[in-house]
Design a binder for this molecule. Structure first.
Ligand SMILES: Nc1ncnc2c1ncn2[C@@H]1O[C@H](COP(=O)(O)OP(=O)(O)O)[C@@H](O)[C@H]1O
Ligand SMILES: [Mg+2]
Length: 361
């Protein structure tokens, strides 16, 4: 497996135009060997473009791609030693399941005995063992995609395996199972895996590290915990977590911040360089909002709008001086009736200036 370095990489699909629109804005990043990464972002943000640049299907308009220090930017896909699994299954319908899985190994001239061992191992992992001698022709979409995944996993000499939203066509129940299998495969074979998805839950459960993209830009790379606790960009706060992070317009004041007419003590923003035009926002996850019936200890008065039960939690919608706020409250914690005050957990209060994190208290 390989360490993949992207150096000042950028891509525009428009060639020769005076005003180039970037599908991928310039950035640098290193994918470390043996890690499982998720590449997460909404549709159209540039995920497939980035994946195809790494596999060699797209030649970047700027920058360099290196595998283990070797510049591969100009090399075709075939010479990069990458396995790629696409959104929709790519299989040979006239072959059996076994032959499909064996194909990438036969192409590389492996001995028949080694092919059999490896195919059986991967088939075992994906529960395809009993179907190896069936023709691929009449399989369900799920089963076909399983074979595609298997073909991605079967070679052990690849630099990396790139998955482009491979579970889109898979039934939700099986999806859960497959995520677990992919994680298992990664631990067993020590793969460098880059897994594209627009599903935050999928990204957070599968990967050690998640790269979040928005509008062709990389906005943050971090562990699932870092993305949850310290979103560097308000987009990450909004895109990750359910419900999304609360973001309240605010102003800086002498000893903290002001949200509407409410004053909040906050000391984490001393070094902020701001201009007249800077937009400040106070961010706090619904998990870190608590409710009480008294204003003690700096609680801010809110109006209760709505309470929704979601399994072991309730999502409480509140109004804080004209701005909407949500709290995630465990089912066994009472919600005050009458006057309600909110408090935000220490160390979980975040301040954003023009959508970038500038303080934490
Ligand atoms: N072959 C192409 N030619 C021109 N524009 C493209 C092409 N492929 C993708 N794009 C554009 O580049 C942007 C990123 O697309 P893509 O990488 O497919 O995003 P994602 O995989 O995150 O949905 C989009 O605006 C898309 O319309
Ligand atoms: Mg895509």
């Amino acid at each position: 497996m390989a360490r993949i370095e992207l150096d000042n990489l950028a891509h525009s699909y428009q060639t020769g135009a005076a005003q180039r629109e970037y599908a991928l804005h310039p950035f640098s990043h290193t994918w470390e060997d043996g890690q499982t990464y998720a590449l997460l972002g909404p549709s159209g943000c540039g995920k497939t473009t980035l994946l195809n640049i790494m596999s060699g299907l797209v030649r970047p308009s700027e920058g360099t791609v290196r595998f283990n220090g070797l510049d591969v930017t100009a090399l075709p896909t075939a010479r990069r030693n990458i396995a790629q699994v696409f959104q929709f299954p790519v299989i040979y319908r006239t072959m059996t399941v076994f032959e499909n899985l064996a194909f990438p190994l036969r192409c590389r001239g492996l001995a028949e005995q080694d092919i059999r061992t490896r195919v059986n191992e991967v088939a075992d992992l994906l529960n395809l063992g009993s179907q190896l001698h069936r023709s691929a022709l009449h399989l369900t979409a799920d089963a076909k995609q399983l074979i595609s995944l298997g073909r991605g996993l079967v070679r052990n000499d690849v630099a990396a395996i790139l998955f482009d939203e491979p579970l889109t066509v898979i039934d939700p129940q099986l999806k859960f199972e497959l995520r677990r299998k992919l994680k298992e495969a990664n631990q067993r074979y020590c793969l460098t895996m880059i897994y594209v998805t627009h599903d935050q839950a999928e990204a957070m459960t599968l990967a050690n590290k998640v790269m979040v993209m928005n509008h062709g830009r990389v906005v943050q790379v971090g562990t699932p915990q870092e993305l949850f606790e310290q979103p560097q960009d308000s987009f990450v706060g909004y895109f990750i977590g359910s419900p999304a992070m609360n973001m309240l317009e605010c102003r800086l004041s002498e000893d903290g911040i002001r949200i509407g007419n409410q004053q909040l003590r906050f000391t984490g923003h001393k070094q902020v360089a701001a201009s007249e035009k800077t937009r400040f926002a106070f961010g706090v996850r619904p998990e870190y909002v608590t409710l009480s019936a008294s204003a003690n200890d700096g609680g801010l008065p809110v109006r209760l709008i709505d309470v929704k039960s979601v399994g072991a939690f309730r999502i409480v919608a509140l109004d804080l001086d004209g701005q909407r706020l949500r709290a995630k409250i465990a089912a066994d914690v009472p919600i005050p009736s009458g006057g309600v005050f909110v408090r935000f957990a220490e160390g979980r209060r975040l301040l954003y200036a023009d959508d970038r994190l500038v303080g934490c208290d």
